[in-house]
Design a protein around this ligand. Structure first.
Ligand code: PHE
Length: 526
């Protein structure tokens, strides 16, 4: 393997003069590309010169400065030459400057105006009517600075008019030395530059850096006979391999450390990728996927889950109730069963919440506030079939948007309904899920939900902190009894965006949904 040269081989050192130097791993002349060979060979004709861009372009026969820049950088990295950067400023005429060079500077035109008039006619009023407002205002300031005074609205020219004339002539001649191209500030009067710099549009200053390339001792010592350009092969073709041709061929070298544009093709939105990954994990764990509509009844969203009709979360401020459909029919059977359970516990042995169950309240249309509405509805439809199901879906709550809240977000919901369903099974399932997601540290803590007993909060350890990601528990008899289910039901619901924030390492939930392509492109692949 021949020695590859690149910046990782040489260590960049900034010397006291600020000139970049490298300690270099030995390279052979064979490591030089054709452009580098040509440039080095040209420079060896005048080994002590500081070469300018134009000199190099001419002598190398190039018309693209990228060749000089590229070959120069390569040679610099290998220690053959040094590049010196000289910043310079070019001064050119701005739009006002161009007018001033054609019609005279404002101060010059104003002075002429004054001199053309009797001293009594040199009034501010006359001046204001003869000049645009944009000129008369700053113009008076300029004249005053040169010694012209104002007395009761009349401008008074001092006796020493010549010195004013001289200043104006100097300024005018400065302007006439400038052009549109720009003149190196080194060749111009500094004070003039700074006085015009503060006036609008007269001069424009462009900064640029010019470079020179000078051979180092190592460069000067290089053996010119090794610098002939060779035919370099870019691709090794099958045809070449069939002969022995490749053995003597010289191959073009690649520097894999050179900066290159990052191709940005399409990719799924990180949230979509995350949903796919979660889906894959639950499917792999033996779960089936279920779905449901966004528009639901308060009955299925809340009453079926034994959430009391007076619960604060049911209030308008928390839930999006719909105007259309304002009310959605529900089978009488369910309304009666829920009414029983809510009012007196029905057949569950519970005392219920008491009070009177409002069927109209149950029929109210709303945007689902949690995906638990899907799992409970699935149980109602399949009370005698064991199941392990999950769903990932959007939910809606009246939340003010901030870094950790959105009015629309997603939940990952699931249930296990089977004879042996139990709390340890629930905890193990959740732990397994998070471990597969890459978060092996999970703990559960007691919590409260109206529809589960016992109830848990699931927490995941992230960067040393415990973060709450969801709720879980065993559905209460007040939920399962009316549904006619046969076995215990493990249930959980977790926030997808919360999890996304961990996975993507962000601390503002809003970033997930901003159309910032740059950011989205740079998010980790999930
Ligand atoms: N529905 C609860 C929530 O929105 C989560 C949960 C689901 C809790 C199932 C217990 C059982 O936060």
């Amino acid at each position: 393997m021949p020695t590859l040269w690149n910046s990782t081989l040489g260590r960049r050192i900034n010397s006291s003069e600020g000139v970049k130097r490298y300690t270099i791993v030995p390279v052979t002349m064979a490591d030089l590309g054709n452009n580098e060979r040509r440039m080095l060979k040209v420079m060896l004709e005048e080994p002590d010169s500081a070469w300018t861009l134009d000199d190099l372009l001419n002598s190398c026969g190039w018309n693209d400065q990228a060749h000089v820049a590229g070959a120069g950088l390569g040679l610099e990295e290998m220690g053959f030459l040094e590049i010196e950067e000289i910043p310079s400023r070019f001064i050119s005429l701005g739009p006002e400057g161009i007018r001033a060079s054609e019609n005279g500077l404002l101060e010059s035109r104003l002075l002429n105006w004054l001199l053309e008039r009797e001293s009594s006619a040199r009034t501010m009023a006359a001046l204001s009517s003869d000049f645009e407002k944009s000129e008369s205002g700053p113009g008076i300031g300029l004249l005053k600075k040169m010694g012209i005074e104002i007395n009761k609205g009349t401008l008074i020219i001092p006796d020493d008019i010549n010195s004013i004339q001289t200043i104006i002539n100097e300024r005018q001649s400065f302007i006439s030395t400038l052009d549109n191209e720009g003149v190196d500030s080194e060749n111009l009067d500094r004070e003039m530059i700074s006085s015009f710099k503060v006036r609008k549009g007269i001069i424009e200053i462009t900064e640029s850096v010019s470079r020179t390339w000078t051979l180092t001792q190592k460069g000067k010592n290089s053996d010119i006979s090794t610098l002939d350009e060779t035919q370099l092969i870019v691709d090794l073709t099958p045809e070449m391999l069939q002969t022995d041709e490749w053995k003597n061929a010289e191959f073009k070298r690649y520097d894999v450390n050179l900066p290159a544009p990052t191709p940005s093709g399409g990719r799924p939105h990180p949230m979509q990728s995350l949903i796919q990954r979660i889906r894959a994990i639950f499917l792999e764990m033996g779960f089936s996927e279920i779905e449901g509509d966004f528009v639901r009844t308060a009955g299925w969203n809340m009453d079926s889950l034994f959430i009391p009709q007076t619960h604060p979360a049911r209030a308008m401020q928390d839930t999006f109730y719909l105007d259309n459909p304002q009310s959605i029919p529900i089978e009488e059977k369910w309304l009666n069963l829920w009414a029983d359970v809510h009012e007196n516990g029905g057949d569950t042995g519970s005392t219920g919440w008491g009070g009177k169950f409002d069927q109209d309240e149950a029929r109210k249309g709303l945007l689902r506030t949690h995906t638990t509405v899907n799992t409970v509805h699935h149980l109602a439809e399949n009370p005698n079939e064991p199941c392990r199901v999950f769903g990932i879906g959007r939910v809606f709550r009246q939340e003010a948007i901030d870094k950790s809240h959105l009015p629309e977000f997603h939940q990952i919901e699931g249930i296990i309904h089977e004879p042996e369903a139990s709390l340890p099974m629930l905890v193990t399932t959740l732990k397994t899920f998070y471990a597969k997601m890459g978060y092996p540290d999970v703990r559960v803590r007691p919590a409260y939900f109206p529809y589960t007993e016992p109830s848990l909060e699931i927490e995941v350890k992230w960067r040393g902190m415990w973060l709450e990601l969801g709720g879980a528990g065993i559905f209460r008899p007040e939920v399962t009894e009316p549904l006619g289910t046969e076995w215990p039901v493990c249930a959980w619901g977790m926030g997808l965006e919360r999890l996304a924030m961990l996975v993507l390492g962000m601390d503002d939930i809003r970033e997930l949904y901003l159309p910032d392509l740059q950011k989205l492109r740079s998010m980790p692949i999930i």
